[in-house]
Ligand binder design. Structure first.
Ligand code: NI
Length: 173
């Protein structure tokens, strides 16, 4: 396993949509393992392949909260959200926007169809934080980011803060 480098906004690769996964096998399973290690090390509750520069339709989530709550890794390959009900607001973060937390409105309950890392099809209904994480990560596969859900002023503030951070990171390298 290996920890992969997470792309930070405004890296343009975050805007690349993921392509459907057609090959299941050891390479995909290795990528899922790397993504899990990367997500847990960060730490975060979700990670999309597009965030580590792999433009394919794959994301993982684990919304377990820690010590008393055993880990619950869920893998979504070629996901499709087929039903959305209601609305809810959460303060979201994103591993591609370190230090940024913004309130985003999402559906309250979602039904998602996907495949696991072995290619087996499944359907899942989720609510609460799991529903938020699924919608957030699924957005990544379309090159859509948290910032796109914000109003104009918040969007500009976050864009400016992240651009400044990227410039100082580049200067430090
Ligand atoms: Ni994200």
């Amino acid at each position: 396993m290996a920890i992969r480098r997470i792309l930070h906004y405004p890296d343009k690769r975050l805007r690349d949509p993921g392509q459907p996964v057609t090959e299941f096998g050891p390479a995909l399973e290795k990528l899922v393992e790397d993504m899990a290690e990367t997500m847990y090390a960060a730490p975060g509750v979700g990670l999309a392949a597009t965030q580590i520069g792999e433009p394919i339709r794959l994301f993982i989530v684990d919304v377990a909260t820690g010590d008393d709550d055993p880990s619950d890794l869920k893998v979504f390959v070629n996901p499709e959200i087929v039903k959305k009900v209601g609305t809810q607001c959460w303060e979201e973060g994103c591993l591609s926007f370190p230090g940024v937390h913004e309130e985003v409105e999402r559906a309250e309950v979602v039904t998602v169809r996907a495949q696991n890392e072995k290619g087996e099809h499944f359907e899942l209904e989720a609510d609460g934080l799991l529903a938020v994480a699924i919608q957030h990560e699924n957005d990544h596969l379309d090159g859509k980011l948290m910032i796109d859900h914000l109003g104009l002023i918040r969007r500009r503030l976050v864009h400016r803060a992240m651009s400044k951070r990227a410039a100082s990171d580049a200067a430090a390298e």
